[in-house]
Ligand binder design. Structure first.
Ligand SMILES: Cc1cc2nc3c(=O)[nH]c(=O)nc-3n(C[C@H](O)[C@H](O)[C@H](O)COP(=O)(O)OP(=O)(O)OC[C@H]3O[C@@H](n4cnc5c(N)ncnc54)[C@H](O)[C@@H]3O)c2cc1C
Length: 380
């Protein structure tokens, strides 16, 4: 029995996605990896096809589609083996903050551009001295009349170069409770005092424009706050469920993809006069991977179904984020090993998949932090 009830519309959408990605994305991946960035024109094409922010209501320019459409897009994008075009970060992680917590004015001002691809978004929480411990951020937001002045530095910000709008986590230095001190503000590209720093050279994710962002006496209107003052930390916690679920979906699909591209290779490649798939050691390895992937898929599909029903699945999503991303590491490593020397060469897609998988246990909350969340939920 299928865990997720995809309709014919969903299935048609998956076909449309596949065709679009094959034509407009996959042929350019090598070029973007070399360039270290995905051009804004690719984002625009995604927007024109209706592939960005599909859940945004029609009143703000969106299609008001259910989260399953996002799931399909996340899965099909994971199969492109291109992590640079972080459309899910934009559509399923950043824009939902604006949609859920922005004022009507902010929603009318920004959401249509987010849907069309004219505005690319980023979320800036991490700082050079703190990532896991969000309450320890140093970036400040101080009220001054009708404005707020932001000062601080952010690092590792995905879409950091391309972004036109950033959700910035900043702290009110006057607040006593560190968890109530954090607020989320919308800062537009071009605002005086907001500068994009250098693009960070990374071990993988070469076409993703991860960058540092600087805020120096950056003055924004006070009403660019998301939600109520003092609630930033809680808003982040609420929305991280979907971020971690998206990460788990990407990890399981990535693992499925890596095994899929490895199977024909092991059947074709010969050693000692027989295909390497005929060695029992390799067969066991492959069967173990297929089993782990199936377990991950079953767990993640169940969580997708629960998330669609609006259930609180913070504990299970934290388990899934750590387990599926660790599993994807194991699969990446084994699949590369099965390719022998060719696995380490750029002309084989497993090389990029292997290095791009590594970061998944670090971002969206490290896997250790996932375990601390589960331990807390278990009353430990
Ligand atoms: C490619 C990439 C993209 C990213 N994109 C974004 C983005 O768009 N926006 C954004 O805000 N951030 C982003 N990040 C930052 C990412 O979320 C952080 O790197 C992550 O949260 C970890 O923070 P840190 O690097 O400061 O590590 P630290 O917090 O310094 O942790 C270092 C190590 O200590 C462990 N550790 C820390 N605390 C505990 C604990 N209590 N118990 C056990 N172990 C612990 C961690 O698990 C980790 O292994 C990105 C990072 C990367 C690499």
């Amino acid at each position: 029995m299928d865990i997720i009830n995809y309709t014919d519309e969903h299935r048609m959408f998956r076909d449309t996605c596949k065709k679009f990605l094959e034509k407009e994305i996959i042929p350019h991946v090598e070029e973007w990896e070399e360039a270290g960035i995905v051009p804004k024109s690719a984002w625009k094409k995604m927007g024109e096809q209706g592939f960005l922010c599909m859940g945004v209501p029609e009143a703000y320019g969106g299609l008001g589609l259910d989260f399953l459409y996002s799931v399909i897009l996340i899965e099909e994008m994971a199969r492109t083996n291109c992590s640079g075009l972080a459309a899910s970060l934009h559509s399923d992680i950043v824009v939902p903050y604006i949609e859920a917590f922005g004022s009507e004015d902010l929603k009318h001002k920004y959401l249509p551009g987010c849907v069309s691809g004219d505005i690319i978004t980023a979320v800036a929480m991490t700082e050079p001295n703190t990532g896991s411990d969000l309450a320890a951020i140093k970036t400040t937001a101080v009220e001054d009349g009708d404005d707020v002045i932001i000062n601080g530095q952010k690092t590792f910000i995905s879409n950091g170069i391309n972004c036109g709008l950033v959700v910035v986590a900043a702290k009110d230095p006057a607040a006593d409770n560190p968890h109530k001190a954090v607020d989320l503000y919308l800062v537009e590209e071009g605002t005086p005092g907001f500068e994009k720093g250098k693009q960070i050279k990374k071990a993988g994710w070469h076409s993703q424009d991860t960058a540092e962002l600087y805020f120096t006496d950056c003055r924004i209107p006070k009403d660019h706050i998301l939600g109520e003052k003092g609630m930033g930390f809680y808003m982040l916690m609420e929305k991280l469920q979907q971020e971690r679920l998206a990460c788990a979906i990407g990890a399981v699909t990535g693992a499925e993809y890596m095994l899929e591209i490895t199977l024909p290779y092991v059947k074709e490649r010969k050693a000692f006069d027989k295909p390497i798939s005929k060695f029992q050691a390799n067969q066991f390895k492959i069967v173990e991977m297929a089993t782990e992937i199936k377990l991950g898929r079953t767990f993640v599909d169940k969580l997708i179904a629960d998330h669609l029903e609006g259930k609180n699945i913070v504990t299970e999503v934290s388990m899934a984020k750590y387990w599926t991303t660790d599993m994807a590491h194991r699969v990446a490593d084994q699949c590369l090993q099965l390719h022998g020397g060719y696995g380490y060469c750029e002309e084989y897609p497993i090389a990029r998949a292997w290095r791009d998988t590594r970061v998944m246990s670090i971002f969206a909350g490290t896997n250790e932090i996932m375990k601390t969340i589960v331990a807390r939920m278990m009353g430990l």
